[in-house]
Design a protein around this ligand. Structure first.
Ligand SMILES: [Zn+2]
Length: 123
């Protein structure tokens, strides 16, 4: 199955994409590199450590395989996790998902309150 790396989410079954995204977000892609022939090789942790191989021509994913029991022509979630990794790091520089720091950021009012409770004589 050939599909463009940029729209792989829309080219694959939604369930597989969602599961693969969770794998990717939880850091299941342990290693990924591009070998000298341009193949992407990834180690993805599932029930076991599986090896995903991807071959791309330009922006099109031409071949894919995974060593997990789901293999065959079917694209498994390990492959999807590797695709996310490539899409977000290797193929082009794209902004990583912005993490929210708001929850841990204290407002000045809260900070002043905290300082006052710690150093009652300074304020
Ligand atoms: Zn797999």
């Amino acid at each position: 199955m050939n599909f463009p790396i940029k729209q792989f989410e829309g080219s694959l079954p939604q369930k597989t994409v969602m599961k693969g995204e969770v794998y990717w977000r939880t850091g299941s892609v342990k290693e990924i590199y591009k070998d000298e022939r341009g193949h992407y090789i990834a180690s993805v942790l599932g029930q076991d450590l599986y090896q995903v191989k991807l071959t791309m021509e330009g922006q099109i994913v031409k071949h894919h395989s995974c060593s997990c029991p789901h293999k065959r022509k079917y694209v498994c979630h390990h492959i999807v996790a590797a695709l996310y990794e490539i899409e977000n790091g290797f193929v082009e520089e794209r902004k990583k998902p912005v993490k929210s720091y708001n929850s841990s950021r204290k407002t000045w009012h809260q900070l002043k309150g905290l300082l006052t409770s710690l150093f009652p004589f300074s304020f």
